[in-house]
Design a protein around this ligand. Structure first.
Ligand code: NAP
Length: 259
């Protein structure tokens, strides 16, 4: 049993759908007050409403995490509504699939801005709040794709996800003076709206390649994020947790077939 996070103020970027929605619901179920942030206000509001109907505390806020002014406004809204930001879950991300030969410089920038630059912007905007409070927590949603594995069509995505880990190792050192930790969850294949867009044959193929023989649930990532935000994880910083059902382990197709 982890020490309660009830009453803590949490920003979840990309909280309207998928993994972010899972994180928002897991934290809200433990009594945290959640700011659900995404570009689409309707979806964010629907998630916040779902949380409120279940007895939790949540508001929706429209933000584009690749835009500095928008991120500053998000943090200001969280502080104005809930008094502070105790926990930042920098989760928003996109994963359009395109091979390098077809990838334009603009495609590259869009993915790097949304997935990597956003992580820097969200952390930067929260630093004055963490400094004032004398504490803070950051949980980044990275991926196994990039830091550990590769997949055709995701060179830009993989670079952004590996880049987040490069960022967090130095950020962990800089944030330590504000009694703030930063760690990352590295999901394998988790069933979300975004992943379902890749089609059933992709989902079926992936499930076969995972030792636990199923795709992950958004709550699997929410629970790992909850641990990293907990009092019990207060001496962990600059680290990562892979949550992938063993997906990165098999050395060959034979290895997975022989389970
Ligand atoms: P998803 O279902 O497509 O949801 C993405 C969320 O991010 C939505 O709430 C979306 O809302 C928001 N978003 C996208 N661009 C944004 C922007 N510029 N500003 C603010 N919000 C933005 O995706 P997901 O599968 O849950 O993925 C979430 C995170 O997990 C990503 O960082 C992804 O890389 C990572 N991840 C996912 C998997 C997986 O298997 N699903 C595996 C590894 C890592 P709007 O479109 O309304 O803005």
């Amino acid at each position: 049993m982890l020490t309660s996070i009830a009453g803590q103020s949490v920003i979840v970027t990309g909280g309207s759908k998928g993994i972010g929605k899972g994180i928002a619901k897991v934290f809200a179920a433990k009594g945290a007050k959640v700011v659900v942030a995404a570009r689409g206000l309707d979806d964010a509001e629907a998630t916040a409403k779902e949380i409120r109907h279940a007895g939790g505390a949540a508001i929706a806020h429209a933000a584009d995490v690749s835009n500095w002014e928008s991120v500053q406004a998000l943090v200001a809204t969280a502080v104005a509504t809930f008094g502070t930001v105790d926990i930042l879950c920098a989760n928003a991300g996109v994963f359009p699939q395109k091979k390098i030969i077809e990838l334009s410089p603009e495609d590259w920038d869009q993915v790097l801005d949304t997935n990597l630059k956003s992580t820097f912007l969200c952390v930067k905007a929260c630093i004055p709040v963490f400094e004032k409070a004398g504490k803070g927590r950051v949980v980044v949603t990275s991926s196994i794709t990039g830091p550990i594995t590769g997949y055709p069509g995701w060179s830009h995505y993989g670079a952004s996800k590996a880049g987040q880990l490069g960022f967090l190792r130095t950020a962990a050192m800089e944030l330590a003076r504000y009694n703030t930790t930063i760690n990352a969850v590295m999901p394998g294949n988790i069933i979300t709206e975004g992943l379902q867009d890749l089609g059933q044959s992709y989902l079926d193929g992936m499930a076969k390649a995972i030792p636990l023989k199923r795709l992950g649930k958004v709550e699997d990532i929410g629970n790992a994020a909850l641990f990293l935000a907990s009092q019990e994880a207060s001496y962990i910083t600059g680290q990562t947790i892979v949550v992938d059902g063993g997906q990165i382990l098999p050395e060959s197709a034979e290895a997975i077939d022989s389970i």
